[in-house]
Design a protein. Structure first.
Lengths: 319, 406
């Protein structure tokens, strides 16, 4: 028994492999919460522009870009100083964006203008736009940097953009009100979530044919209450995590069979999720309950709920 | 290696240009081949007498409903342009007193199968009985009359505007959730006011509220805009509301003649809710939740004013047709009419969940917004009001109580 307790204590005291920092955008109080991943405690709140939602790290991981929907710009946050040190133009109403692997460009969904703006980071200017469907939102870029994907909510499509020529390669019909898009790590699959249908649709990126689909069901919740939003792919390619919005769950999906392995009950209305660098912890930003849930994936349980600010939306893991 | 890749890329590009040019030639030679399919949707409105503006900030609107239908067409075209589907609105506004049958028959003759019927109940029933309407689907985007969903329901009519029963149930749920269960119901003299009051009484019974005081508004319509008009109102309203105690004053004044004068003038310091004050509505300009900001913004850009409930209902109608066409990959009217009424149909309407049509009376089930003058207050159904099928069916006339025979 004593040995067991000692073992238990040892387990508790062993720190996680890597120290990392979690950044959560709070769309209602205009801050980015800074959370220490090891201790799961709030370290700071960085004041940013109005209605921060989409976020992404620079390729060198020294800077966090934050889309400010109500200020029509992207703030540049220096992670060492923990303050905004610059601004980039974004086009109207930026919600979500991706950093291109070349490290030089951002691709920004302009929700009010039915277009994607391409931003040159060094020059702080918009160097191109691509017309897409109505209310572009989710953005993803393939690992090889060739293809940028953008969902349009009212058009119910995923638009594939050639990152070099900025031409539309294809427009694929998906389920109603698509929110997020994500490429698999090997680049062979493209995942798209649908808010109204509570589903994810998976496409083969080579043939652009639909190869899989998961329609989420949560016991005791009507289909209207099960909505799919943020997607995070595991680095080993075996798992996708999907935030189910008002169903207050995160689904763990097998990427081969497209079946749901398990559901994690988190705070209210999780928007987006992110995996820790060691892939052992999943973090969700819960918009309605204003907290951040930490899921221990090895023990398959939610271990902590941390008040994070008003309206947590995006979540990014940094060094 | 890198260089040859680029060269290859260029080669690809020039080949593609050639191919595109060839396709262009084909399109010129055989225009029918390249022609996308077109769906023409009818809009049938009627000229209405403008209500007297109650306050100096009120703006007269002559195109409510129509602007919503137009925006629906623009949104349908968003998906349509990628699928080779075009959408066009054929607009027809009836003169005062003009019967709708001729316009409906003309729509039918032009091959139109779906019509946004922005009409009052009597006109709507006439339109649905026109010979041309036999194979059509009409969308009631205007009249909240409960009779249209009950004994006067029609096989060829769907309703995108919420019924009075839905609005009253939505407000009742919120008031009961607040614990404001004792109501003072104050009702105007017009048929719409009386019908709304009946819906409030039904809702009170359904959700456990009590109408402790039930009074008609008997004062002349007071014109608060005359110089020193407030002096009259300041004496009239306390007198009219000098009653026993209650939690909330529920006002039924669809004609908007006196309800707005109540807030801040009642004998007891109580909240005003109903058709004025805290209102239950299908749409309001103050809503920015569930992505509504985008819809509000593009409506304002198009119409130069805020989106009204009738605009939203017309938009829902046109978008429903577009959504069905998208899902079916087809503009076949028979298939679309069937799909609209199926279990699979779900429309994204900026209210946080998918919207669908009730099979028993053709009413679109939807959350109802509870709004103050500047901000959204809530959205019903409220938590805790349960239903065996969907909480949305706690609003309005449910399957088991419906008298509609389609």
């Amino acid at each position: 028994m004593q040995t067991l307790i000692a073992l238990g204590l040892a387990l508790v005291l062993v720190p996680p492999a890597a120290a990392e920092t979690i950044y959560v955008s709070n769309e209602q109080d205009n801050t980015v919460a800074v959370v220490d991943g090891a201790t799961m405690t709030l370290q700071a709140a960085i004041d940013v522009g109005r209605r921060p939602r989409g976020m992404a790290l620079s390729v060198d991981k020294k800077v966090l870009f934050v889309a400010e929907g109500d200020d029509n710009r992207i703030d540049v946050v220096d992670l060492a100083k923990r303050q905004v040190v610059g601004q980039l133009p974004s086009g109207a109403d930026p919600e979500f964006f991706v950093v291109h692997p070349d490290g030089k460009r951002l691709f920004v969904a302009n929700e009010n203008d039915n277009q994607v703006s391409v931003v040159d980071i060094a020059g702080a200017k918009i160097i191109g736009t691509v017309d897409v469907g109505v209310e572009p939102e989710g953005m993803a870029v393939s690992g090889d940097g060739r293809t940028v994907a953008c969902t349009s909510e009212t058009t119910s499509m995923i638009h594939l953009i050639d990152a070099a020529t900025l031409e539309l390669i294809d427009n694929l019909l998906v389920d109603t009100r698509p929110r997020a898009a994500a490429f698999s790590v090997d680049g062979k699959q493209l995942w798209v979530s649908s808010e109204i249908r509570g589903s994810v649709t998976v496409f083969d990126t080579a043939t652009r044919a639909q190869t899989g689909k998961t329609e989420f069901e949560v016991p005791g919740i009507r289909r209207e209450g099960v909505q799919a939003v943020g997607i995070e792919m595991s680095r080993d390619g075996a798992t996708a995590y999907v935030a189910l919005g008002p169903a207050n769950r995160i689904a763990e999906v097998d990427t081969k069979t497209f079946t749901v392995r398990r559901l994690y009950l988190v705070g209210q209305r999780p928007w987006h999720v992110a995996l820790s660098d060691d892939q052992k912890q999943l973090i969700s930003a819960n918009g309605n309950s204003g907290d951040i849930s930490f899921i221990d994936l090895e023990n398959q349980e939610v271990v902590k709920s941390l008040p994070g600010g008003r309206g947590p939306w995006g979540v990014v893991i940094g060094p | 290696m890198a260089i040859s890749n680029i060269q290859l890329g260029l080669l690809d590009l020039s080949l593609m240009r050639l191919a595109l040019a060839f396709v262009g030639l084909l399109a010129i030679a055989f225009p029918a081949l390249a022609e996308p399919q077109t769906m023409v949707i009818g809009y049938l409105g009627e000229q209405r007498k403008l209500p007297l503006p109650l306050g100096p900030l009120d703006e007269a609107v002559t195109d409510d409903g129509l602007q919503g239908a137009r925006l629906g067409i623009a949104d349908d075209a968003g998906t349509g342009r990628f699928l080779g589907q075009q959408f066009r609105l054929q607009e027809r506004v009836l003169r005062p007193g003009e019967a709708p049958a001729e316009a409906v028959n003309a729509f039918a003759a032009a091959g139109i199968s779906f019509v946004v019927a922005d009409l009052d109940a009597a006109q709507l029933l006439q339109a649905s009985a026109a010979p041309g309407a036999e194979q059509m689907t009409l969308f009631n985007s205007r009249d909240p009359d409960d009779g249209l969903r009950q004994e006067d329901c029609r096989r060829n009519v769907l309703h995108t505007i919420p019924s009075r029963a839905m609005l009253a149930d939505a407000l009742a749920q919120y008031l009961v959730w607040k614990g404001w269960q004792h109501w003072f119901l104050l009702t105007g003299p017009h048929p719409g006011d009386l019908a709304m009051a009946a819906a409030f009484r039904r809702a009170a019974t359904r959700f456990g509220a009590q109408i402790t005081i039930d009074k008609p508004w008997t004062f002349r319509p007071a014109n608060g805009r005359v110089d020193t008009g407030h002096v009259t109102l300041q004496t009239e309203i306390p007198a009219a509301t000098q009653v026993g105690d209650y939690d909330v004053l529920v006002v039924a004044d669809e004609a908007d003649e006196f309800g707005a004068y109540l807030e801040g003038r009642t004998a007891l310091p109580r909240t005003v809710a109903g058709t004025q004050g805290l209102v239950a509505t299908g749409w309001t300009a103050v809503d920015e939740e569930w992505g509504a900001t985008q819809l509000q913004d593009r409506f304002h850009k198009q119409a130069g004013r805020w989106m009204l409930p009738s605009d939203y209902a017309a938009w829902l109608a046109v978008r429903s047709i577009g959504e069905a066409a998208t899902r079916l990959h087809s503009l076949d009217p028979t298939a679309i009419a069937k799909y609209l009424r199926s279990d699979d149909f779900l429309l994204a309407g900026f209210k946080g969940q998918g919207l669908s049509f009730r099979p028993w009376d053709g009413q679109m089930r939807q959350p109802i917004l509870i709004a103050g003058p500047r901000l959204l207050v809530s959205s019903s159904p409220q938590p805790g009001f349960l239903h065996q099928r969907t909480p949305l069916d706690t609003l309005g006339v449910d399957l088991e109580e419906s008298t509609c025979k389609l």
